[in-house]
Structures are given as C-alpha cells and as structure tokens.
Ligand binder design. Structure first.
Ligand SMILES: Nc1ncnc2c1ncn2[C@@H]1O[C@H](COP(=O)(O)OP(=O)(O)OP(=O)(O)O)[C@@H](O)[C@H]1O
Length: 245
C-alpha cells in the first residue's frame, strides 16, 4: 500500500517561513484537501513534495523510501505526479501527444507502456474524443483535464493537484469532482489544493489548513472547517461558501 509520509518539512524564502514543521501521512486510496488563505504556503508544500523545491529540514518518504534528496524528475518516476496551477500543455502537439510526452519524459515509460499509459489517462479524464486535437485549441475545462491527464500518464501512486477547479462552471466542476473521486477509488493517494471548499469536501477524507506555512488544523473536514482558528484565518467569505455548498 502506497504511503506518503511528510515529516517536519521546513522552508523559507529569505526571511519568510513558508513551510513551518509540516508533518502528515497519506495512504493509498485516501484524499487530503489543503486549504488556507493566499500565500499560506500551499503550493510551496506541493513543490516540496514533488521535488520542485528542496526543504531546509524534514523528509519526504514514499513507500518507506526517503526521496528528499531526489530530483523532481526522479520523484515523478517513483510515483509522485502533479498538476500545475497554470496548465502548461505543449500547445502545438495533440492531446494524445501531450499525454505521451508525459508518460515518456515524466514517467520514464517506453513505447507500448507509454502508449498504454497515455491512452488510459485520456480515458480516465474523458479526453479520448479530443485525442487528435491540438492542445492549444482546447477550452478551459479540457485544458484542466489535459493537465490532469498528463499527470496521470506518468503513472503516479501519489497525485498532487494544484487548484484545478478554479475558473470552472458548477457543472464542469461536478465532472472534475467525479473524476477525482474515481481516481481516489482506483487507489491513488490524492492531495488537492483548492479554494473551492465545497468541491474539496465532496472528495477528501481529511483536510489540512495552512496559515503562514504552519498547519493550524488537520483532520476530519467538518471538524477542520468548524475550528475557530481556521475560521479566523479565512475571515469568512470562502469558508462560508464552502460550508453552505
Ligand atoms: N520562489 C519564491 N521566492 C520568494 N518567495 C516566494 C516564492 N514562491 C512563493 N513565495 C512566497 O511564499 C509564500 C507562500 O507562497 P505559496 O505560493 O506557497 O502560497 P499559496 O498558499 O499557494 O498561495 P495561493 O493560494 O495564492 O496560491 C508567499 O508569500 C509567496 O509570495
């Protein structure tokens, strides 16, 4: 069973502490939502897990293997896949070619295995019918799906999602939520950063709230959303929306 363990992660940017002793574990088939105000350190946390950033202290362990010293490319091959907040497809390549590049260059898969992984990623994200479209021509929902498909094509056991719900309509969001529920059901461990709290609450088993790089609450979603400290850092708006939704 895949287990991601994050232990005591710490990172600063200049004088600013953006990850302050962050620890948690996540098993296969579980989903963790990460919330927190702008600048809380959510994307930084994903970057520390994916290897885009190195911590000053702390470790990231995947299936009992310490990957802290591994590069982002190596971690991707070991099973940590991610999406980016701003989708970055190769706009001149087709949707299938984008997934194929991710399977090969990101996942380290070759030939038939890469084709299979790319093809499965398009099926899981509902993009099969656009396989031969140029990625640059896709509307927003499908660009988000392609970002997800590219992460899936790398063959992850841990999937890191960075605000893939932003800018979508409610029906589009519904499709995305169902897709992520399916991925978790298929045994992936999912970490999803999202400002749209009601979407997160439908998918995740636990929530973690960050503020100024520190975990201020972590646990069952309704308990986290009900906590006074969490409500104080949000000062209302997004969180009220989340609870109402
Ligand atoms: N490369 C960098 N150099 C310096 N400061 C940075 C860098 N990346 C992020 N920061 C700062 O670190 C803090 C945390 O940023 P981060 O992007 O992790 O927050 P976030 O919670 O993801 O925010 P948002 O919800 O707005 O995406 C912010 O104050 C940000 O300005």
């Amino acid at each position: 069973m895949t287990t991601l363990v994050v232990d005591g992660l710490r990172r600063r940017f200049g004088p600013l502490l953006v990850a302050d002793d962050i620890s948690f574990r996540l098993d296969a088939g579980r989903a963790l939502g990460v919330v927190g105000p702008n600048g809380a350190g959510k994307s930084t946390l994903l970057n520390l897990i994916s290897g885009a950033l190195r911590p000053e202290a702390g470790t990231v362990t995947l299936d009992g293997r310490d990957v802290t010293a591994r590069s982002a490319d190596e971690r991707c091959r070991l099973g940590i896949g991610r999406t980016h907040q701003v989708p970055r497809p190769f706009t001149d390549l087709t949707v299938f070619e984008n997934a194929l590049v991710a399977a090969g260059a990101g996942g380290g898969l070759r030939r038939t295995a890469a084709y299979r992984a790319a093809s499965a990623a398009l099926d899981r994200t509902g993009l099969r019918k656009y396989a031969n479209e140029r990625a640059g021509r896709l509307p927003l929902l499908d660009r988000k799906r392609l970002e997800l498909a590219r992460a899936l094509a790398t063959g992850p056991s841990v999937l890191l999602l960075d605000e893939i719900g932003g800018g979508l309509t409610e029906p589009e969001l519904r499709i995305l939520i169902d897709t992520v529920i399916g991925l978790r059901g298929a045994g992936l461990a999912v970490i999803w950063i999202e400002h749209i709290v009601h979407a997160l609450v439908e998918v995740v088993d636990e929530l973690l709230c960050l503020a100024t790089g520190r975990v201020i609450a972590h646990g069952e979603p309704s308990a986290v959303l009900g906590s006074r400290e969490v409500r104080e850092v949000y000062l209302g708006e997004e969180l009220e929306e989340g609870i109402a939704g």
